[in-house]
Design a binder for this molecule. Structure first.
Ligand code: URA
Length: 263
């Protein structure tokens, strides 16, 4: 049993199964898992030779002028420990009064993939690490499906503190917190950002376009032009497993982008 299958089976949700043997040109873990929901039209497309990315005709044309991802001057020179200390000490938005602890980020500090979610939930607030609850288990399985261990990527959130009762982050909270994330991106220098869910996608791209129109295509983040792909939040996928097929397409797109950049 693949490691990813284990996570999904533990969750009691639809498995992502091997649909055909890996292409001989690709490492075994690079191919052949697909989100299954018994959709007859679902076919496993070898990722390495997958079609080029063609945005839908109606796709929003963002990024004509890159949205600024400039790091505020007071954070711009901070190293990892200093940045984390700033996050821990922050009381700018008021969320420190209801959260247990800050949730800074975790993973490979020079990762190729940077995964950005919304905000800590109850489990993350308790443990101090992003994506450790059920959504995190699904995220691990999604990463596994594209051949990535959780430890290989860097995972962070738009907000570093849990909003009470998991309410949506407020615009002023996002604005006060985003310098931290920008500095994290600048330190990691990922080759790709994967935005999980509407809140992450809309805030990173500075748009209110619905996630259904943002996913499935390539954007770029800030002046550095880091490729950015949007997909559904794993918590949403737990509620709507039929959408996993689209998330799988997004993951394959992200992997194609990374692969073509290194070809
Ligand atoms: N959802 C998120 O967006 N981030 C987490 O860290 C956990 C759940």
């Amino acid at each position: 049993m693949m490691h990813g299958d284990y996570y999904l089976e533990q969750l009691g949700i639809q498995r992502w199964v091997r649909r055909r043997p890996p292409a001989s040109t690709a490492p075994p873990t690079e191919l052949a898992v697909d989100a299954v929901d018994s959709a007859p039209a679902l076919t496993a497309t070898p990722v390495a030779s997958g079609p080029p990315v063609t945005p839908p005709v109606s796709a929003p044309q963002l990024n004509a002028t890159p949205v600024s991802a400039a790091v505020p001057a007071h954070l711009a020179t901070l190293d990892w420990p200093a940045l984390q200390a700033q996050v821990q000490a922050c009381e700018a938005c008021g969320l420190q009064s209801t959260r247990t602890q800050t949730v800074f980020g975790v993973g490979n500090a020079r990762a190729n993939w940077m995964i950005i979610g919304e905000a800590p939930g109850a489990d993350e607030d308790r443990q101090g690490e992003p994506f450790v609850g059920r959504a995190g288990q699904l995220l691990n399985a999604m990463l596994q499906a594209v051949g990535l261990a959780r430890e290989e990527v860097y995972i962070a959130n738009i907000l570093k503190c849990r909003p009470p009762n998991n309410r949506d982050p407020r615009p002023e909270e996002v604005a006060l917190c985003e310098g931290f994330l920008r500095r994290q991106v600048a330190l990691v220098q990922p080759r790709l950002i994967l935005a999980l869910g509407r809140i992450a996608a809309q805030n990173l791209l500075k748009t209110d376009i619905p996630i259904g129109r943002l996913r499935g295509q390539e954007f770029s983040y800030g002046e550095s032009g880091i490729p950015l792909v949007v997909t559904y939040h794993p918590a949403y996928l737990l509620r709507s497993p039929a959408e996993k097929r689209k998330a799988w397409e997004d993951l394959k797109l992200a992997r194609r982008i990374i692969q073509s950049a290194s070809a």
